[in-house]
Design a protein around this ligand. Structure first.
Ligand SMILES: *[C@@H]1O[C@H](CO)[C@@H](O)[C@H](O)[C@H]1NC(C)=O
Ligand SMILES: *[C@@H]1O[C@H](CO)[C@@H](O)[C@H](O)[C@H]1NC(C)=O
Ligand SMILES: *[C@@H]1O[C@H](CO)[C@@H](O)[C@H](O)[C@H]1NC(C)=O
Length: 402
């Protein structure tokens, strides 16, 4: 009943609009026929959408393949290279990514925590149609991994750090609402691996996996790194979590070491340190320096492992600094600050005074010991001489006896 009346209203509206446009259309039609029908052939060019459009999951934890076949009845455009306009996004994202390609597939990474939607149409370029571009209707496809278990069973607080651009380590906490028999497993993949691998070296607490130490990851920088942490339990399903990041954006360097602070003249101070050992190139680091002059502390940054600063007061007695490092914007989009280095200090006149103060008694004692030793040695010599003399005397006495 409802549907019927709805239809009726729509029809009515359409009729009204038609009546309205009727006269105007007639004029346009007349005009068109009057000025010849040159464009009528163009209006008839049509092309079909691509066939068998689908999203295929090869098991790479988020790296999907969108693929299709050429449209039907393409024979009319044999001379012509057909193009495809592909649009795709994670469901819920605002923006589509758009690709124009002549291939029959396209691959990209997706967040499998969400669904994926994609659409494609055929495009006849201008040179094929003697006029404007002609495009087909859209072909659409959707893909998602049907979620298992409720949201509270997912792991929490996933944290991955690529220590010194060498060792990847990830840790997590169990889901909020899980039975105690639940355990989680981590799988990872990046372009270059034949298939997804499971973590081989878990960090465990009470027999439960809470982290993963990754092995050496050959040629893994500057490409998407995919992780899935899923789990199992006898009594409930566990929701999987998916992560995508690039390793160079997770680097936490070692702290700089071998700090030195030199006061060049009364005003200029030179701070130096050595960059952490390892594979991070020198030009990939930025440093943050925390400098303390007596009671004031300030922070500055440097791109080299050395900086010159001026003293604000001649009389400042204590100068200290420490440094930390991070991968800079020329080598990564993001990074993690290293720990702070050990502190290096310079103590002005105070240091000299304390040194003298400390050394003075030591020097005195040394001198005293030296003196005593000399004296003893001298005495010993004198004593020996005396004995020798007596012996000689005794000897000469005996001689006379014989
Ligand atoms: C384009 O124009 C050429 C010559 O003008 C004609 O031979 C050809 O059939 C036209 N192609 C299409 C697709 O209309
Ligand atoms: C976890 O994910 C891996 C990789 O996709 C899969 O092989 C495995 O069967 C999954 N395990 C569970 C319990 O879902
Ligand atoms: C530091 O000492 C130098 C030379 O003794 C003097 O010329 C300068 O003005 C002093 N600067 C400050 C900030 O006291």
């Amino acid at each position: 009943m409802n549907v019927g009346s709805g239809n009726f209203r729509v029809l009515n509206l359409g009729e009204m609009a038609f009546n309205h446009l009727d006269t105007r259309c007639l004029y346009i039609l007349l005009l068109c026929t009057a000025f010849g029908s040159t464009s009528s052939s163009n209006a008839e060019i049509k092309v079909n959408p691509p066939q068998e459009f689908e999203i295929v999951d090869p098991g790479y934890l988020g790296y999907l393949c969108l693929q299709w076949q050429p449209p039907l009845s393409l024979d009319n455009f044999k001379e012509c290279t057909v193009e495809y306009v592909l649009k795709y996004r994670n469901i819920g994202n605002e923006n589509w990514k758009t690709i124009i390609t002549r291939n029959l597939h396209y691959k990209d990474g997706f967040d499998l925590n969400k669904g994926v939607e994609a659409k494609i149409h055929t495009l006849l370029p201008v040179q094929c149609t003697n006029g404007s571009e002609v495009q087909s209707a859209w072909s659409e496809a959707i893909y998602w991994i049907s979620p298992q278990g409720n949201l509270e069973t997912k792991i929490q607080d996933m944290d991955c750090v690529y220590y010194n651009w060498q060792y990847l380590f990830c840790s997590w906490k169990p889901g909020m609402d899980v039975h105690f028999d639940t355990n989680y497993n981590l799988f990872y993949w990046y372009e270059g691996l034949e298939h997804a691998l499971q973590c081989a070296d878990y960090v465990m607490v009470n027999g439960k996996n809470i982290g993963c130490r990754f092995p050496y990851l050959k040629s893994s920088d500057y490409k998407d790194f995919y992780i899935c942490v899923n789990g199992s339990s006898e009594s409930q399903s566990i929701r999987s979590s998916y992560f995508i990041f690039q390793l160079q954006n997770k680097v936490k360097p070692l702290p700089p070491n071998f700090l030195s602070l030199t006061v060049k003249n009364s005003e200029e101070i030179n701070l130096r340190w050595s960059m952490p050992e390892g594979p991070i190139p020198a030009n990939c680091l930025i440093y943050e320096i925390e400098f303390t002059e007596d009671d004031t502390t300030w922070v500055t940054t440097a791109v080299e492992n050395e900086v010159y600063i001026t003293r604000t007061a001649n009389e400042s007695q204590q100068l200290c600094f420490l440094v930390r490092s991070k991968v800079n914007i020329y080598c990564a989009d993001d990074g993690i600050w290293s720990e702070w280095s050990d502190k290096q200090c310079w103590k002005g006149e105070i240091l000299k005074e304390t040194l003298v103060f400390l050394l003075m008694p030591f020097a005195c004692i040394s001198l005293f010991i030296l003196l005593v030793t000399c004296l003893l040695l001298y005495k010993q010599k004198a004593f020996k001489k005396m004995i020798f003399h007596t012996k000689k005397e005794v000897f000469s006495h005996q001689e006379t006896h014989c």
